[in-house]
Write a protein that binds this ligand. Sequence first.
Ligand code: GDP
Length: 298
Amino acid sequence: MFENLSERLSGVFDRLTKQGALSEDDVKAALREVRVALLEADVSLPVARDFVKAVQDKATGQAVTKSVTPGQQVVKIVHDELQHVLAGNDDNPGELKIDNAPAPILMVGLQGSGKTTTTGKLAKRLKEKNGKRVLMASLDIYRPAAMQQLEILGTQIGVDTLPIVAGESAVQIAKRAKQQATLGGYDVYMLDTAGRLQIDETLMQEVEDVRDAVNPRETLLVVDGLTGQVAVEVAEEFDGKIGISGVVLTRMDGDGRGGAALSMRAVTGKPIKFVGLGEKMDALETFEPDRIAGRILG
Ligand code: GDP
C-alpha cells in the first residue's frame, strides 16, 4: 500500500543535479517526502515537523558517499535519527525496577487496550526470564469477568493470583495484595487496575488512591499501538495525573506502521519498554528502536 521511502527518495534525487554533497535544496525536497512518510505511519504532525527539522540540520552539507545514492544516504540519516529519538537514554528498556521484594507493579490504561493480557504476559516473563515469584491481582471491581480472566491466565501460565473477595474497593484489594505478597515471600506483585473506555475522573482518582496505597516501583501504561494519536493523548493524560514509568504498546502485530511509538516517545519522554505482538502469553518482546524505525520508514 505504501511506497517505500527509499524508492520515493531516489525519485526525488533523480530529478536533482548530482553534486558532491547534499545541498540544502536536495535535503529540503527529500524531507518533504520523509514528512509524508511519517504522517502516513501515523506520527503526529508536530512531532513529524520537529523531527524533520532535526534531520535537516544533520543532513545538509554531508558529503555523499560513493557507495550509496543520495536517497539511501538520507534514508540512513533519517533511520539513525528515528532510532535515536525512540531509544532516548534507555540502555535496557526491558529492565524493570523490581529489587526490594515485594516490588509493586501498577498496570494502567484504558479498557480494551490489552492491560490484563499484558499483565499475564509480563508475569510469565518475570517468572521465566527473571526467576521471580509473582502474584497478580485484579482491581477491576466493576467487571467480575475481568477478575476471572486474570485468574484463568494465572492458572494457564502458572502464576498465583490473589483470591477474589466480593465487595472490596480497589484500594482494599491493593493492600491485601501487598500483605499477601509480603507474607507469601513474593518478589513482585502486579496490580491490574480497572480501565474505562475513556478517561474519566473517577477512574483516575481510583488509580491515584491505589498508587498512594502501594507506592509502585513501576507504573506501566498499556496502550493500543494501533490507535496512533489517541494513544499519545492517553499517555499524556495518565502521565500527568498518575505519573508513569514506562509504556507497553500492544497490537504491534497488526498492520499499523508504528508511528505512535515515535509520537509517544517525543511527547511524553517516557520509555517504551515492551511491545505486544499477539494474543498468546509469550507474545511480548522488549522494545527495539531499530525495528520500529525500520517499520515507520516502510
Ligand atoms: P483490557 O481490557 O485492557 O484488560 O484488555 P484485554 O487484556 O482483555 O485485551 C483485549 C483484547 O485484545 C483481547 O482479545 C486480547 O487477546 C487482545 N490483545 C491484547 N494484547 C494484544 C496484542 O499485543 N496483539 C493482539 N493482536 N491482540 C492483543
